[in-house]
Design a protein around this ligand. Structure first.
Ligand code: ZN
Length: 425
């Protein structure tokens, strides 16, 4: 552990205020509140405008300068002693699913705000500027694809493509930005960051099950999606002997089992799922002559993902041969695995080590803004536990204690990273 510089506060004494963070979560939950205790705050809606205005006003009251880029991403900046280096940023998103919860995304943005407030109150001057970011349309519920604005920020999508996306009523993303007055002058992506830290709820059951306060997110899984079609032959179920069948659904059943086994052969991270099947002609007394099914394969490591695909293709060839079937297996989409930045992860580890909180390394199973931001800035994530792993649901819940601990680690991580920048001068 590094010694503190004599002029600096002891980082361990700086503490966020969990009750104040909780009050902010509850206050902003009113923008789009649902009867069942969740939030419906679709991106660039009137409710989204209200929460954005709230965020802007709060940040400005702390002396932050709030800027907006031409994708509607918001940046609340608190100056450090150096004005000529890019900010250390924290953030997430304030939009929700139609039946979303109070914590997904919100926790990350409001914790960032609480960190700024804590620094301001303590009179702590950082070396680098510090920013809180609200990314537009993380959820992808109103405009596809998800993560579109952090995607433009990270150079994954073209801005022209993004602003032309339409919602179900035909309104474009660009028009929706104008309607709520959040098309800013800054070109999206022209905003260098020294680092990006995103605090988010886990959206899975691991931390809670293991009684862990903090997830140190080392990366995000790679994803491969496949479409599979198996062709056999329609035949009469009564008149066709078992030895003379070409049953596409039996082939599919074998593949479903094979995919399950293959994923289980690569613990603890591998997951493999057949989530959708169509069987033709789907009739009680016809041997199924054709099936279509999907495969979703995930692993944090590229080489293992590759091995799993090879194993699936081997099982596929054997299945078709054994059952006298034919078919096509096509990879239709791939998202490469992301390993978060070592320097950011080190900062989170040092921060967590200053606390009594229990922690473990974890890999994100879901997509997050940090995944795209990591293409242009050193990035990492912190996970807070959530009840029963439930998310994208009005019942989503993390306790005041859980939120507070994670926000404290966010504060200390940013300060650790800031110290490191200062020391490297
Ligand atoms: Zn989220």
């Amino acid at each position: 552990m590094t010694e503190q510089a004599p002029t600096q506060h002891n980082l361990g004494n700086l503490a966020i205020n969990p009750g104040r963070l909780w009050d902010d979560i509850m206050e902003t939950a009113e923008f789009g509140a649902t009867a069942k205790g969740g939030i419906c705050r679709l991106t660039l809606s009137e409710e989204d405008r209200k929460v954005r205005d709230w965020f802007k006003a709060r940040a400005e009251s702390l002396g932050c300068r709030v800027t907006v880029d031409n994708m509607g991403n918001m940046f609340a900046r608190m100056e450090g002693s150096r004005t000529d280096i890019p900010p250390i940023a924290m953030g997430s998103h304030l939009d929700t699913q139609p039946t979303g919860g109070k914590f997904d995304g919100v926790l990350g943005v409001l914790s960032a705000l609480e960190v700024l407030r804590t620094l301001r109150e303590a009179g702590y001057e950082t070396y680098a500027p510090i920013e809180a970011i609200n990314f537009t349309n993380e959820e992808g519920s109103r405009f596809a694809p998800a993560l579109i604005a952090s995607g433009v920020f990270g150079g994954v999508f073209d801005r022209a493509y993004a602003v032309a996306q339409k919602d179900r009523s035909g309104v474009t993303f660009g028009d929706a930005l104008d309607t709520i007055g959040y098309r800013g002058p800054e070109r999206c992506g022209d905003h260098p960051l020294s680092a990006y830290f995103e605090l988010h709820i886990e959206q899975g059951p691991i931390l809670e099950r293991e009684n862990c306060d903090i997830g140190i997110v080392t990366g995000a899984q790679g994803v491969r999606w496949f479409d599979a079609t198996i062709i056999g032959q329609d035949a009469h179920t009564g008149a066709t002997p078992m030895t003379m069948r070409k049953n596409a659904l039996v082939g599919t059943a074998r593949m479903i089992d094979a995919i399950d086994q293959i994923a289980k052969r690569h613990p603890p991270h591998a997951v493999g799922t057949v989530g959708s099947i169509e069987s033709k002609p789907n009739s009680r007394n016809v041997v199924p002559g054709e099936t279509f099914f999907t495969i979703d394969l995930r692993h944090p490591d590229h080489a293992t993902l590759e091995t799993m695909e090879v194993e699936i293709r081997t099982a596929w060839d054997a299945t078709l041969r054994d059952l006298d079937l034919s078919g096509t297996l096509t990879r239709i989409w791939e998202q490469p695995p992301v390993a978060f930045d070592k320097g950011c992860l080190d900062a989170i580890r040092r921060a967590t080590a200053r606390t009594p909180f229990t922690r473990r390394d974890i890999v994100s199973g879901a997509g997050h803004d940090a995944v795209y931001v990591s293409r242009v800035a050193p990035s990492a994530m912190i996970f807070a536990p959530c009840k029963d792993g439930i998310s994208h649901n009005e019942a989503e819940f993390s306790s005041l204690d859980q939120c507070g601990k994670a926000a404290q680690v966010l504060l200390l991580s940013v300060l650790e990273y800031d110290r490191q920048l200062a020391a490297a001068e």
